[in-house]
Design a protein around this ligand. Structure first.
Ligand code: 4NP
Length: 148
């Protein structure tokens, strides 16, 4: 079974959302892929996803409320076939950790654009944009069979 780890900074906004969206998309296609998410930082270890990520996921019939944040580590390289960062800073932090081939989600359908960090967003609208960007990128990732 193939495996994918999604990585952002805190593992409370973007990457748990990507994990939840990916789970639904793979399940809908009857594909079995191991999925997880992690943060490059340690501030939020053990925390649930941020309320707006839980909310936007729920609006799309996805429950991410039971996920808990953890920090990425070098051992993850051996455990996952694909490690996919949400933005360029995350990708650089993964390289600095020694992970050799981190991908970036925006490379699939968004010409390498970053999935923006929503932590300081004051409105909910940004979370819907992030949801759409993650969904579209994952759709390209799956339809072009990058996961094989
Ligand atoms: P995430 O968002 O990387 O999408 O989970 C953030 C969460 C927390 C912080 C930054 C971004 N923070 O600085 O604590």
């Amino acid at each position: 079974m193939k495996s994918i780890l999604f990585v952002c900074l805190g593992n409370i906004c973007r990457s748990p959302l990507a994990e939840g969206i990916a789970r639904k998309m793979f399940e809908q296609r009857g594909l079995h892929v191991k999925l997880d998410s992690a943060g490059t930082g340690s501030w939020h270890i053990g925390e649930a996803p941020c309320p707006d990520s839980i909310k936007v996921a729920k609006l799309h019939d996805i429950d991410i409320s039971s996920l808990r944040a953890r920090q990425v580590c070098l051992k993850d390289e051996k455990k996952f076939d694909f490690i996919i960062a949400m933005d360029e800073n995350n990708r650089k932090d993964l390289l600095a950790l020694g992970i050799k081939n981190p991908l970036k989600l925006g490379d699939f359908g968004f010409k390498g654009e970053d999935v923006p960090d929503p932590y300081y967003y004051k409105d909910f609208e940004g979370f819907e944009k992030i949801f759409q960007m993650i969904s579209t990128s994952l759709d390209v990732f799956i339809e072009k069979k990058y996961y094989l």
